[in-house]
Design a protein around this ligand. Sequence first.
Ligand SMILES: Cc1cc2nc3c(=O)[nH]c(=O)nc-3n(C[C@H](O)[C@H](O)[C@H](O)COP(=O)(O)OP(=O)(O)OC[C@H]3O[C@@H](n4cnc5c(N)ncnc54)[C@H](O)[C@@H]3O)c2cc1C
Length: 303
Amino acid sequence: MVSEYLEPLAAHPALAPIVNYGHRVTKVTRVQPQGKGVGRTRSQGREDSLFLVRIETATGTEDVLGRAVIDASGTWNTPNPVGRSGIEAIGEIEAKVAGFITSPLPDPMGADQDRFVENEDITLLENVSVSSVVVGEQLTVHLADGRLLRLDLVVPATGFRPDLKPLTELRLDLDQIVEAPRALGPLIDSEFHSCGTVTAHGERVLAHPEPNFYVVGMKSCGRAPTFLLATGYEQVRSIAAYLAGDRAAADLVELQLPESGVCSTDLADSCCGTSNPGNIGFATGTLHGHAELVSAQKSCGSA
Ligand SMILES: Cc1cc2nc3c(=O)[nH]c(=O)nc-3n(C[C@H](O)[C@H](O)[C@H](O)COP(=O)(O)OP(=O)(O)OC[C@H]3O[C@@H](n4cnc5c(N)ncnc54)[C@H](O)[C@@H]3O)c2cc1C
């Protein structure tokens, strides 16, 4: 993925001079070209205003101006908590600080090797609700069903959610359930969809009341896990066409996804929950989700 796709793309002569590394966006708002502020509550002059993007770099804080903003920051940095019903278990934050709870996908063969001592005693817990954890020599985990576990390390697989804090000065229209753009929410809700049943969508579906602002990629799906790279390529192509003034190209959205079923949940019937997970994976990244995967595709409801 990195050597065959990301690195060659970043080295492309059209992109290389304008890609900045080590820049972390902390806030996005709007200002008029003359510099006057246009916060979230100000409607006058909003249409003609620019975006102001605040960035942290190794050399300090910078504000940069732009005509459009596409937020492709993913959801990796904001995993769901281990606690039940979307909030942390009592003691969870302290347990993380103390090193008892890892990041969602640690690297046991690499950077996180030290934390994974040789231990054959691994317990896989599914569908459990953690009510509280207590840091001690080991981590004491109280489950909501009354069970009590003593563990050395917890590796959570609790999913992700979007970090919307940098965007609070923008006018966003979000689905109340998954925190995706409102029109996209019903197309991706993992109670009813897997990655492979997400409908092709582009600029119109991803638009917010804030003109020229878009969230794409994994973050566009909000809390839903139903995103594949191929979906993102088509999102970005459509938005780029719109920003370049080509409405027709922006509206011509095409996407063929493998029906993997791996991103669905068992909370409701998923029409594509039974096909082979082996059909997804790297292929959707390196082949852009087209051609080679079509043969493996079955359409929803036709099985
Ligand atoms: C375990 C797992 C396996 C997956 N496997 C597949 C698969 O096989 N095939 C597939 O198609 N999809 C897969 N996906 C889904 C999805 O395609 C990937 O999550 C993909 O990496 C999402 O791409 P992205 O560009 O939206 O986000 P990311 O890959 O997360 O990239 C976001 C980037 O933004 C940066 N960033 C974050 N915050 C800021 C900020 N404030 N300022 C500046 N930069 C910031 C991050 O450092 C990161 O480099 C998988 C997802 C997971 C979790």
